[in-house]
Design a protein around this ligand. Structure first.
Ligand SMILES: Cc1cc2nc3c(=O)[nH]c(=O)nc-3n(C[C@H](O)[C@H](O)[C@H](O)COP(=O)(O)O)c2cc1C
Length: 206
């Protein structure tokens, strides 16, 4: 089993990475592999709504890691997405990345447990956390919880390491993710998949 970690911070080894690493340490302790994907600092295009993905199952823009990351997630069993808090939301580049990844590929992520992690200097963690959880709850991905909302605080990794409660929240999240992965592996997903209804899509037509 493997969990994919998406680091949505421009800083590859910053606070978000530090928080995600604390989650990963507990998952690895349960003999589950982890893999990190950093979205990087190059421009990430927003979704242009061209809908070509409806026919191809891939985003038409293939130059910024969105499709490559989706391939990694399709092969993984679980997902943790980490973001710095920017103006009380998730990082804009990460939102652009996730908009396109989920719009083009979400059917391949069904039933993979997922969690969001946010890091802020001071405030706005709650709304950033909510923003990220929306990707999972529209995609039939079971959301893994912790002992508190998944946030750490710090402007630098050294500051974050002083947030002892935040680090504990990360460790609890890692343990809970490992537990949920093992429970799902035992039950399998064939039964729930077989009970899916054909999708209704009702636009608001009067
Ligand atoms: C454009 C921008 C907006 C930010 N907005 C907030 C904010 O709303 N609340 C907050 O507490 N910190 C804010 N910060 C601080 C970042 O959350 C913090 O630098 C980041 O989480 C550190 O993680 P990193 O090292 O992985 O980048 C902001 C930083 C930037 C660059």
């Amino acid at each position: 089993m493997r969990v994919l970690f998406i680091n949505g911070s421009p800083h590859e080894k910053g606070c978000v990475f530090t928080a995600l690493s604390e989650v990963a340490s507990q998952i690895e302790a349960e003999a589950i592999e982890t893999e990190f994907f950093h979205i990087g600092i190059n421009p990430i295009r927003g979704c242009t709504g061209c809908k070509s993905c409806a026919g191809t199952g891939r985003c038409v823009y293939d130059d910024d890691g969105v499709n490559a990351c989706a391939e990694r997630l399709a092969l993984a069993d679980g997902l943790v997405v980490g973001s710095p808090v920017y103006y009380a939301s998730a990082n804009g580049a990460l939102c652009a990345f996730l908009d396109r990844m989920f719009y083009a590929h979400s059917e391949r992520f069904l039933y993979k447990p997922a969690a969001a992690v946010v890091n802020c200097r001071r405030g706005g963690a709650g709304s950033a956390f909510d923003r990220l959880n929306k990707y999972f709850t529209i995609s039939s991905m079971p959301v893994v919880s912790s002992q508190y909302w998944n946030a750490t605080h710090g402007f630098t990794p050294d500051e974050l390491r002083k947030d002892l409660e935040g680090l504990q929240i990360m460790r609890t999240l890692g343990k809970n993710m490992a537990w949920m992965l093992k429970a799902i592996a035992k039950e399998g997903t064939a039964k729930i998949r077989s009970r899916q209804e054909e999708r209704q899509r009702t636009n608001f037509i009067q």
